[in-house]
Design a protein around this ligand. Structure first.
Ligand SMILES: [Zn+2]
Length: 187
């Protein structure tokens, strides 16, 4: 049995999903009413896609704006002490807020003696701690001002010895805060 497909006479027909007229089976568009036979294509053809795409940036901006109004902007540095050595304090600073903050300075007090400065060792590009970021930071004593490091020589034999390290931070809103961390005197 053989027949010619090119004659068109034996071509299988189906009904258009829109106008119900007979059209060739597998046709993507109706030969009578010119409608897409796929429901998805018909729906898409009905939309003004340019209009929808043009709306997206506005919707995104509106969402960002609403979020901006709802979400509180804070920067909150939490300090975790790692080690207290003779001339160096190592710590981690984590900004658990959502705005940047910086560590602007540090100092220490040993057993109630006058406060001494600590140098904050951070490359300039790392000074800004963004929200969600954590930095490893070293604080160094000044060899001229604090020749004994964190523990002045006259305190070396003290029964009770404690170093209070004060960290100054500046939040994004220019508010300055200080935080104290305490460590035992390194021996
Ligand atoms: Zn049709």
């Amino acid at each position: 049995m053989s027949y010619s497909r090119s004659s068109g006479l034996n071509e299988t027909k189906t009904r258009c999903k829109v106008c119900a007229k007979l059209i060739p089976e597998g046709a993507k568009k109706c030969t009578e009413c010119n409608e897409y036979q796929s429901t998805l294509f018909r729906v898409l053809a009905g939309f003004d896609l340019k209009g929808i795409i043009a709306l997206i940036p506005i919707a995104t901006l509106a969402f960002a704006f609403i979020q901006d109004r709802v979400e509180t902007k804070t920067s909150d540095l939490k300090i975790a002490l790692v080690t207290c050595e003779q001339n160096k304090v190592s710590l981690f600073a984590s900004n658990i807020g959502n705005r940047a903050a910086i560590i602007s300075g540090a100092s220490f007090v040993t057993n109630g003696l006058p406060s001494m400065p600590l140098s904050v060792i951070l490359p300039p590009s790392k000074k800004l701690i963004d929200g969600g970021e954590t930095r490893a930071i070293d604080l160094l004593t000044d060899a001229r001002l604090s020749p004994g490091g964190l523990v002045p020589f006259e305190q070396r034999n003290a029964n009770i010895c404690e170093v209070t390290i004060t960290i100054e931070t500046i939040a994004f809103d220019h508010e300055m805060k200080t935080q104290d961390i305490v460590c035992d005197c390194p021996r």
